[in-house]
Write a protein that binds this ligand. Structure first.
Ligand code: ATR
Length: 287
């Protein structure tokens, strides 16, 4: 993007993302777009960080006066061991993607759950989103599933049926995230197709269907015609799951907005401005 940013001086606020790998992260581009749009004197950089250096990163960020960091794969869970405080969303999910620094303390939070739900709301509209939260079927039990379940529960999901290849991981998720009314049920991976009969929303949080990953093999023939299908995989944007769902008349939601909306919420934490996800920003990220 064009560089109209001011030079770094004593007044330039510094932000960044830590991960491994991180070189291809689009987050610097997103945040710089908003710095420019809202006239904020700041820089956002991608830092390749190995796991053994997380404690040093937190101390270094404090010493350097870095104001906020995003955390990406594979550090979202491990980072919790090195911060001074864990805000509720990160506690619930068991992972953080956003850190902010306040009075010398590092605070971890999570905006991925917001990203999953806000992307759904933006693509479906608020009313249709509420309708599809009646009977949710979640595929997967990794970090993305945890964020999705937390977000969907908070958004008012009445019933969530979760299935994962490794049952133990699903059981751990359910034990950590179960609500008192038992809204979260588990089914075996082999029984996932039967669970679709009553689904109002099917969400894939596994890596299946992603470029260079195995296909997601699931028949959609039992899925009601008014159910929504949401794939968090966005490389490719139109996954085989979404292509098949669309062909049989189901509404679909693509995963590309999640990155933008988790960034929107992180930006809000850091700058107290809820930045707009506008058409220009979306278009830049298509390239
Ligand atoms: P993320 O943080 O992106 O969610 P993750 O924690 O590694 O990544 O989770 C990946 C998810 O994809 C898991 O639910 C994983 O299932 P397992 O818990 O059984 O590993 C799922 N997944 C990955 N490859 C899979 C495959 N070949 N078949 C079925 N599920 C798969």
């Amino acid at each position: 993007m064009k560089n109209k940013l001011p030079d770094i001086d004593g007044k330039t606020a510094c932000f960044g993302v830590i991960g491994a790998p991180v070189a291809h992260s689009r987050s610097p581009e997103i945040h710089h777009y908003w710095f420019e749009k809202y006239g904020i004197n700041a820089r956002y950089l991608a830092f390749h960080v190995e796991e053994g250096n997380l404690a040093a990163v937190i101390n270094g960020a404090k010493a350097l006066g870095i104001r906020g960091l995003n955390v990406t794969v594979p550090h979202k869970e491990a980072i919790l061991h090195f911060v001074d405080e864990i805000a509720l969303p990160a506690q619930k999910i068991g992972a953080a993607n956003t850190l902010f620094f306040k009075e010398g303390r590092a605070i971890a939070t999570n905006t991925d759950a917001y990203g999953v739900v806000e992307n759904l709301r933006q693509q479906l509209g608020a009313e249709k989103m509420q309708d599809c939260l009646q009977q949710v079927v979640v595929l997967g039990a990794g970090g993305a599933a945890r964020a999705a379940v937390a977000g969907l529960m908070e958004a008012g999901a009445t019933s969530i049926t979760l299935t994962n290849r490794t049952r133990k991981k699903a059981e751990k998720l359910a034990a950590d995230m179960q609500t008192q009314d038992g809204a979260l049920q588990l089914v075996d991976w082999d029984a996932k197709e039967a669970a679709l009969k009553a689904a109002s929303l099917l969400i894939n949080t596994t890596s299946l269907g992603m470029q260079h990953q195995p296909a997601l093999e699931i028949s959609l023939k039992h899925l009601p015609k008014n159910a929504v299908v949401y794939d968090i995989v966005y490389t490719p944007l139109m996954t085989d799951l979404l292509t098949r769902a669309k062909a049989q008349g189901n509404a679909i939601v693509t995963g590309d907005g999640m990155l933008l909306y988790q960034a929107q919420k992180a930006f809000h934490h850091w700058h107290a401005i809820l930045p707009e996800v506008d058409a220009d920003l979306r278009a830049r990220l298509q390239t």
